[in-house]
Design a protein around this ligand. Sequence first.
Ligand code: IDP
Ligand code: MG
Length: 149
Amino acid sequence: MERTLVILKPDAVQRGLIGAILQRFERRGLRIAGMKLLQVSDSLARQHYAVHEGRPFFDGLIQFITSGPVVVMALEGKDAIAVTRTTVGATAPGKAAPGTIRADFGMDIGFNLVHASDGPETAAQELALWFGADELVNYSRVIDPWIYE
Ligand code: IDP
Ligand code: MG
């Protein structure tokens, strides 16, 4: 089992899409190991997006992610990192495959609704950045035997 970090960005919260987007992950079979709503600080935003520092869109990205509350969650499952990324879709909603969250809910790369960790190293880093160890919960669900063989 893998864990990954997902952020429902300020556009998802402002547009009232928390439930609709969360449903995509839940329906797929991913287990929610942690979840909270928070206002992101400038410092947390810069740490989270440090890899993009210097890019032309960096300042706008920091402004956007701090522009209103986000919902951050830890999702767990078999190949959770890749499964979550394919559920989210390509970075630019206009290029994302139909059926993905970004294609089904978005139009513009600057308002692409969701963040998802892109690999095992980033997932571990991002989970540690956004969650304390005591905020992630281990439990099993009665549906799990119907999701995994
Ligand atoms: P990802 O979110 O699909 O992993 P990244 O390339 O890691 O995409 O970029 C991080 C975030 O930065 C994107 O989700 C998007 O919000 C923003 N971003 C990336 N490229 C652009 C751009 O060209 N213009 C505006 N925003 C961008
Ligand atoms: Mg990325």
